[in-house]
Design a protein around this ligand. Sequence first.
Ligand SMILES: C[S@@+](CC[C@H](N)C(=O)[O-])C[C@H]1O[C@@H](n2cnc3c(N)ncnc32)[C@H](O)[C@@H]1O
Length: 284
Amino acid sequence: MELCGGGGHSYEILKRLDGSGRLIGIDRDKTAIEAAKEKLKEFANFKIIHDNHANILNILRALDLAGVDGILLDLGVSSYQLDEPSRGFSYMQDSKLDMRMNTEDSISAYEVVNNYSEEKLAKIFFEFGEERYSKSIAKNICLRRTEKNIETTFELVDIIKSSMPSKSLNEKQHPAKRVFQAIRIEVNEELALLKKTVIDSIKALNRNGRLAIITFHSLEDKIVKHTYEEMEGRCTCPKDFPVCVCNFKSYGKIITKKPIIPTEEELSQNPRARSAKLRVFERN
Ligand SMILES: C[S@@+](CC[C@H](N)C(=O)[O-])C[C@H]1O[C@@H](n2cnc3c(N)ncnc32)[C@H](O)[C@@H]1O
């Protein structure tokens, strides 16, 4: 089995495995790995690897594993990453701009905010954050940069707020939420690598093995949904052809025609799960 994350789900899976099988955890964040090792110390049948799960096929090859029976990808940021001020993910706490899941990566939110062109910033805010005021925010960031570099999360929050009409500041969602999400996605290449990760994860499954992916926003969910559809494959021959000639390849079937969403009971224990969607694919 294979799983990404800081330990919560791994613990539940290892308990159910009851000593049989093996769990491989992958996380790009070394702090998450330390937390997982501590949480899982009562078990012996697991291995944790510091890497990007986009490298799943290489990781399995290095472990001499031809395939796995189940993969859980719990995407996005962890509560620890959001809540720890030094990681610079949160618009609610003042800290240095960072947002790197892997602190060994060279590009952080600081480089994105201070070095990207106005056009590139506006594009990212619009595409990855669906931000209505992307152009005016990008313009004001570049204006501020002519005076000094933008160092902290609260400096960025102030620029974002000052770029919006006052009615938008009273909306339920924090005014900086969408731009912070967009910068985080850019810094960590979250969407750029997702399609490849889904395809390679399906290829890594043994027969009847299942891939379960939890997403937290619609951009991720759309990529997972469409990649599952492509991997399920569909005959595109005209209806009146007696035999299939398009040679479509199917890697398996989608188990969840509609995504599974959290129950009210789960949400009362974990409100951050509100936007979570779970989709499952089974290998043939
Ligand atoms: C939502 S949290 C997982 C929480 C975990 N399932 C648990 O129960 O404790 C997401 C984790 O995935 C990691 N992550 C996100 N994208 C990754 C990627 N491409 N490769 C490896 N790890 C990634 C993050 O560093 C973070 O620790």
